[in-house]
Ligand binder design. Structure first.
Ligand code: ADP
Ligand code: MG
Length: 263
């Protein structure tokens, strides 16, 4: 564990002040959208590679209530990951508007968007995306340090999350020294670190052993009970069973939205 903080507090403070200013300027808070975790309208995302243009998200409009658990399913190449990245502010659309908790994130400057993400959306990636040179503990401390939490406090928070994930004895391990399931649990702890109101997960139980997969499913059940908004791309029947709404997605479009009343 390095003695120095990863980012100096002064830098964080300045960056937060700057982005708050930008959020006020560009991220207009609109009352009617405030009650929703997501409101998006007519989203389009194209990828241009050489002479080829792929429309990964094709005129998608969607509303997600605060506290809902949404499952997005569909075949490989349907555009699910691209849509998830747009909804969580990891990427910006070519056109269309996204409000998250009333803040317009679709055309935010990258700097403001990264601060917004830090505090509002926790991502769990399909391939974990841990920082390879940082230990489990440091990977979890990283977003805490970026949001300005002092080192002692962030260490305590990281330790609490590691214990919750059953990984307190893997604190000093680097990602390559961890199994796939352990890496995914560290990644989930990192996503939860700043206690964001929205969690986005891209096929979080794919490629995992049965035991870890069940652990992660139970965790999502618990997160749902704590009223977080959760958006999961998955084909896992157990996770689908937790959904308040199942979105079938193909060819960049929503084919069907099924509302599950009993959840
Ligand atoms: P899914 O998650 O449903 O498998 P993706 O969102 O990953 O689908 O991809 C949708 C389409 O967009 C695919 O045809 C894919 O090849 C293309 N695509 C995804 N990411 C990129 C990228 N970074 N650059 C170019 N094309 C991409
Ligand atoms: Mg995908």
């Amino acid at each position: 564990m390095p003695e120095k903080e990863i980012v100096s507090k002064k830098m964080v403070k300045e960056s937060l002040q700057e982005s708050n200013k930008n959020v006020l300027e560009t991220g207009v808070l609109e009352e009617e959208n405030k009650g929703y975790a997501i409101v998006c309208n007519d989203l389009v995302k194209d990828y241009e590679i050489g002479n080829f243009l792929v429309r990964a998200v094709d005129h998608v409009s969607l509303k997600i209530n605060n506290g809902e658990l949404i499952v997005i399913k569909g075949p490989s190449g349907a555009g699910k990951t691209t849509l998830l990245n747009l909804l969580g502010g990891l990427d910006s659309p070519n056109s269309g508007i996204i409000y998250s908790f009333g803040v317009r994130i679709s055309d935010m400057e990258e700097e403001s968007l990264s601060t917004w993400r830090l505090l509002n959306s926790g991502f769990v990636f399909q391939n974990y995306n841990l920082i390879s040179t940082l230990t489990s503990e440091e990977n979890i401390i990283f977003p805490l340090s970026l949001s300005g939490m002092e080192l002692k406090k962030s260490r305590e928070r990281a330790m609490k999350l590691l214990i919750k994930m059953g990984l307190d004895d893997r604190r000093e391990h680097l990602p390559f020294q961890l199994s796939a399931g352990e890496q995914q649990r560290v990644a989930i702890a990192r996503a939860l670190a700043n206690n964001p109101p929205m969690i986005l997960a891209d096929e979080p139980t794919a490629n995992l052993d049965k035991k870890t997969s069940q652990f992660i499913k139970d965790l999502f059940k618990e997160l749902k009970r704590s009223s977080k908004t959760i958006i999961i791309v998955t084909h896992d029947d157990y996770l689908i069973g937790l959904a308040d709404k199942i979105i079938s997605f193909d060819d960049g479009k929503i084919l069907d939205e099924e509302i599950i009343e009993e959840n």
